[in-house]
Ligand binder design. Structure first.
Ligand SMILES: [Fe+2]
Length: 293
């Protein structure tokens, strides 16, 4: 027979306050107790806010990998990630991302690549709809994670540019000559799991119906059915629009923060400007997504 105390706890809706960041998107959620099971009403309110704001900051104390998985699962199905060496042993769907700058040159390649605007998982046929990042160790300064509103970028494009890209498809690859830095090495199994994939250049968000430009400076190799030079020039032109600060929100981390964001309408990057040797460790989960359309 279920324990009545835990039933009462599960049934208890939480009183949340959703406070916009003051930037072009994003909100901070106050009042969520991440250590309690999440009831249906609270879950629905959080998911509504996720779609409305594109990004939510969930403050709290540092979590165990199991708490991280459970908190992430409020927003979707938590799926295993490609790189095996980052997986937390007992929970393969939670990755430990170490972006500490090492004086001996052994800084993780993912950390270096993350300085460039990207969207997680776009080299997959069905990329993660969202990412959750949770700060376990942060340096004394720097390391802001920046996000870019790809609904806004698409809407701001001149009509002539939108006509050039609407209906176009693009190739996303684990690595591309267009990326400044090389990615982490893959095992033969991981290589077999990551063939090049084709995605629309403009995607329609499956839940909000809004159009967003789907770029990734680290993975997007070329626009299909276009000469390389023309494709490069057009991707550079689109990238220049996305670099405009009016589309950006920067999250300055506090220890214990969890941030969940929507990869279907945001890119992100990190400032690798923090002191060498100061630990920067995050837990990361990815939420199952659909094939972009
Ligand atoms: Fe990322």
């Amino acid at each position: 027979m279920p324990d009545t105390a835990s039933l009462a706890l599960e049934a208890q809706p939480q009183t949340l306050r959703i406070v916009p960041t003051g930037g072009p998107f994003g909100a901070r959620v106050e009042g969520l107790d991440r250590t309690r099971p999440c009831d249906a009403a609270t879950r629905a309110a959080l998911n509504r806010a996720f779609l409305d704001h594109q990004l939510l900051v969930l403050p709290g104390a540092p979590m165990t990998p199991a708490q991280m998985r459970d908190t992430s699962a409020i927003f979707g199905e938590v799926v295993p990630q490609l790189l095996r060496y980052k997986r937390v042993g007992e929970l393969p769907e939670v990755s430990r991302m170490e972006s500490t700058l090492k004086a001996d040159g052994t800084t993780d390649k993912t950390a270096i690549r993350a300085e460039t605007w990207h969207t997680d998982d776009s080299y997959m046929a069905a990329p993660a709809k969202g990412t959750v990042l949770h700060a376990l160790q942060i340096p004394s300064r720097g390391g802001t994670t920046w996000f870019c509103d790809m609904y806004g970028v698409y809407a701001a494009l001149p009509a002539a540019t939108r006509r050039r890209i609407d209906g176009r498809k693009a190739v996303h690859a684990y690595d591309t000559v267009r990326a400044i830095n090389r990615p982490s090495a893959r095992t033969p199994q991981e290589i077999a799991e990551t063939p090049d994939v084709v995605h629309p250049l403009v995607r329609t968000h499956p839940e909000t119906g809004r159009k967003a430009l789907y770029l990734n400076f680290n993975r997007l190799d070329r626009i299909l059915d276009m000469e390389r030079a023309e494709s490069d020039a057009l991707l550079d032109e689109l990238a220049d629009v996305a670099r405009q600060p009016r589309f950006h929100y920067g999250h300055r981390w506090t220890l214990g923060d969890a941030v969940v964001w929507d990869n279907r309408c945001l890119m992100h990057r990190v400032d690798v400007d923090y002191p060498v040797g100061e630990e920067r460790i995050m837990l990361r989960t990815l939420l199952r997504g659909d094939r972009p359309a």
